[in-house]
Design a binder for this molecule. Structure first.
Ligand SMILES: Cc1ncc(C[n+]2csc(CCOP(=O)(O)OP(=O)(O)O)c2C)c(N)n1
Ligand SMILES: [Mg+2]
Length: 201
């Protein structure tokens, strides 16, 4: 996910767009996991399972200080096997943190294979609902469904919102779709050309 974040930050002027070409090079601040050395990044990531605790902390701090903004947390479906995610899910529910929205990128695959074979998580929506969350399910490749879900989140009071976004890992590139083996692998020149062609570039 970090290349996508870097592109957004560069486009928002946090650092020069030219710097994007240094991605994952020795000496670059744009590494494979984001850290606070990157302008616009306020918390290190890389270790799965921490994001929702951070989101809760930000939301609670805003409440205490009387500040009015929303906090969004993107989770992976492999990531939610981490116990810390459920501690924080319980915390958001207990404190009725209605400014927190968690979005699950439910692509059915984690680093080493299919989620349901490694550790089945279904029924996911029932679990989050039981922890005190308002739950919504969308097609994560359908922008208007995502926007509607975010609008619904804005109207929900006294409970956090969980959006299960059903997605396909590697969407749009036929030989990558749904396959764990592409998790951290770079395509060779021919594969790159084929992938860009399929994506319409
Ligand atoms: C605590 C921790 N354990 C293991 C890893 C290694 N790791 C990086 S990504 C990943 C798989 C995550 O799967 P998922 O949450 O489904 O994300 P996806 O790749 O599908 O977007 C793992 C195990 C890590 N970064 N942190
Ligand atoms: Mg996944």
């Amino acid at each position: 996910a970090c290349p996508a974040l870097y592109v957004v930050l560069a486009n928002r002027g946090f650092f020069p767009k030219d710097e994007l070409k240094t991605f994952r090079k020795l000496g670059s601040r744009l590494q494979g996991h984001v850290y606070t050395g990157v302008p616009g990044v306020e918390h290190n990531t890389g270790s799965l399972g921490q994001g929702l605790s951070v989101a809760n902390g930000i939301a609670l701090s805003a409440r205490i200080q009387g500040m009015n903004f929303n906090t969004y947390c993107l989770l992976g479906d492999g990531e939610i096997q981490e116990g810390s995610v459920w501690e924080s899910a319980m915390t958001s529910g207990h404190h009725k943190l209605d400014s927190v929205c968690a979005i699950l990128d439910c692509n059915k695959v984690q680093e080493n294979g299919p989620v349901k074979e490694i550790k089945n998580e279904e029924p996911i929506l029932d679990k989050w609902q039981d922890f005190g969350w308002h739950v919504i399910e969308v097609d994560g490749h359908n922008l208007s469904e995502i926007i509607n879900a975010l609008d619904e989140f804005d109207t929900v009071k006294d409970r956090p919102t969980f959006i299960k976004a059903n997605t396909v890992k590697g969407k749009g590139v036929s030989f990558m779709e749904g396959q764990a083996k592409w998790h951290g692998k770079a395509p060779d020149k021919e594969q790159l050309a084929a992938a860009l062609k399929e994506l319409g570039f």
